[in-house]
Ligand binder design. Structure first.
Ligand code: BES
Ligand code: MN
Ligand code: ZN
Length: 497
């Protein structure tokens, strides 16, 4: 894990391998941006000439390496593009991305100093978080050396002691987002409901949170027909896990519910080759919920947050759920399973009802729920549906503030009738057009009346199948962790109404 510090060391006294600076796109060429660190005009002048010679433009995400000019205690300077020059400063997301690009570009380095603009504590936090997220590597399954993360990162900022809180927040958030990424990237032969539950229990012990695991017997005794139904085709039995952070000063209680399908083959409604290779990702919602609850706890936010992880492996077998089977979900409502590949909503139905029993002030579920959401919003934006427009907008605002891209989606009443079943209270499969919204309409039925609820469909952005960018690696991204933590933070400060 990368170690992070803040210092106001003069650049000449650094002992780093590399100094990272920003470079913006100015009207007359690249403009070095050296932040709060004290760097003499002469150095800036020399850098400008060098950057121009080397063809730097300052475009967002661009990296240019140059030998450090005299007066900088590092061998190398890495200039990271910040986009258009802005006298008013760079927004937190631009700083996170630039720091992430730098950390990734310098993988394998020992000591790196970051001199990106850090005029405020928020900017320091953004640079720190971007650097921690950008230095993420997943090497658990490599026997060769593999990619190594930067070992030590130092952020240059004035008055470093005033930034202890910012650094701590970035550290916790960075570690927890990276925890979610690790869980998502872990293949399904090692991460299955029982081992996932054990990982939650271990983390709960480390940070002093109460963890309760419902094994298959407890699920049967409680009547959790959705989770049991989805899990019955697998030799790996399902689990429901509850992890709770409570705070003596809390005035609001949130419930986070995560879809934790450790592998989604589709079941008897089997997915074709081409659609099943990375279905280990289908527990990304549960990973996000776990990471968010742990982050909230480690930051000791004055808000009660309970996480519910609905864990099952969706497999075809002689004991698997059949299309046409009827399940009795927790609380008694029946569901006709017309498509076993629409399994996420079945496990979430149980978990939503169970979470609702504790009468939280709001419920948020997170799920890689539908391919339809990817068609609608692509792989960088998640959809937010809700039973309450004001709450939906709060969640979207929390995402924006946290630097995640979310977009409000409707729940059109007309689509509900496509879920009518001939034999049961509801079917799990309906109209294909607007399939993401149909799934949202299904889930809404399992939320207790009067409780604000939002549903985050992260099927697109949960897993990066393309090239790394900004602070986002390939593979598991940790999508939604920061949004949930931000929502908890907002709730701790201002309550829910
Ligand atoms: N886990 C999938 C959705 C998914 C697809 C997530 C691709 C990430 C990448 C989900 O369980 C699923 O199979 N959904 C079906 C629902 C349909 C059968 C109603 C879908 O979207 O096709
Ligand atoms: Mn599925
Ligand atoms: Zn699924």
């Amino acid at each position: 894990m990368t170690a992070l510090t803040v210092t106001n060391t003069f650049p000449a006294s650094l002992t780093a391998e590399c100094l990272v600076i920003g470079v913006a796109r100015g009207p007359e060429g690249p403009v070095p941006v050296l932040g709060a660190a004290a760097v003499e005009e002469a150095v800036v002048g020399a850098l400008t000439d060098l950057l121009t010679t080397l063809g730097a433009t300052g475009a967002e995400g661009e990296t240019v390496r140059l030998p450090a000019p005299p007066g900088i205690g590092a061998g190398l300077v890495l200039a990271v593009g910040l986009g258009d020059a802005d006298d008013g400063g760079y927004d937190d997301e631009a700083l996170r991305r630039a720091a992430g690009v730098a950390a990734r570009d310098l993988a394998g380095a020992g000591r790196v100093a970051l001199a990106l603009p850090t005029p405020t504590a928020d900017a320091v936090e953004a640079v720190a978080l971007g650097a921690l997220l950008g230095s993420y590597t997943f090497t658990a399954y490599r026997t060769d050396d593999g990619p190594a993360a930067v070992r030590e990162l130092t952020i240059l900022a004035d008055d470093p002691r005033s930034h202890a809180g910012a650094l701590r927040r970035a550290d916790v958030l960075g570690e927890e987002v990276n925890r979610a990424r690790d869980l998502i990237n872990t293949p399904a032969n090692d991460l299955y409901p029982e081992s996932f539950a054990a990982a939650v229990a271990a983390a709960g012990r480390t940070y002093g949170l109460a963890v309760e695991v419902y094994d298959e017997e407890a699920l049967a005794a409680g009547g959790f027909g959705g989770i049991l139904g989805v899990g019955q085709g697998s030799v790996r039995a399902p689990r429901l896990v509850r992890i709770a952070h409570t705070h003596a000063g809390a005035t609001a209680r949130l419930a986070f519910v995560g879809k934790g399908i450790t592998y989604d083959s589709g079941g008897i409604s089997l997915k074709p080759v081409g659609a099943n290779e990375i279905m280990k990702r289908d527990m990304s919602g549960a990973a996000a919920v776990l990471a968010a609850v742990l982050a909230v706890a480690r930051l000791d936010l004055p808000v009660d947050v309970t996480g519910w992880l609905a864990l099952a492996e969706n497999m075809p077998s002689g004991s698997a759920l059949r299309p046409g089977d009827v399940l009795r979900t927790y609380g008694g409502r029946t569901v006709e399973v017309l498509n076993t590949d629409a399994e996420g909503r079945l496990v979430l139905a149980d978990a939503l009802v169970r979470a609702g029993e504790e009468q939280p002030d709001a419920i948020v579920d997170v799920a890689t729920l539908t391919a339809a959401m990817r068609f609608g919003l692509g792989n960088h934006v998640f959809g937010v549906m809700a039973n309450d427009d004001a709450f939906r907008d709060r969640v979207v605002a929390a995402a924006r503030a946290a630097g995640e891209q979310a977009w409000p989606m409707p729940l059109p009443a007309e689509l509900r009738r496509s879920l009518n079943s001939r034999v049961a209270d509801i079917a799990n499969f309906g109209e294909r057009m607007g399939g993401g919204l149909v799934a949202g309409l299904f889930l809404r039925e399992f939320v207790p009346a009067g409780v604000p609820w939002a549903h985050l469909d992260i099927a697109g952005p949960a897993f990066n199948e393309g090239q790394p960018h900004g602070y986002t690696p390939d593979g598991g991204t940790g999508c939604a962790v920061r949004t949930l933590v931000r929502l908890a933070q907002d709730t701790a400060i201002g309550g829910l109404r």
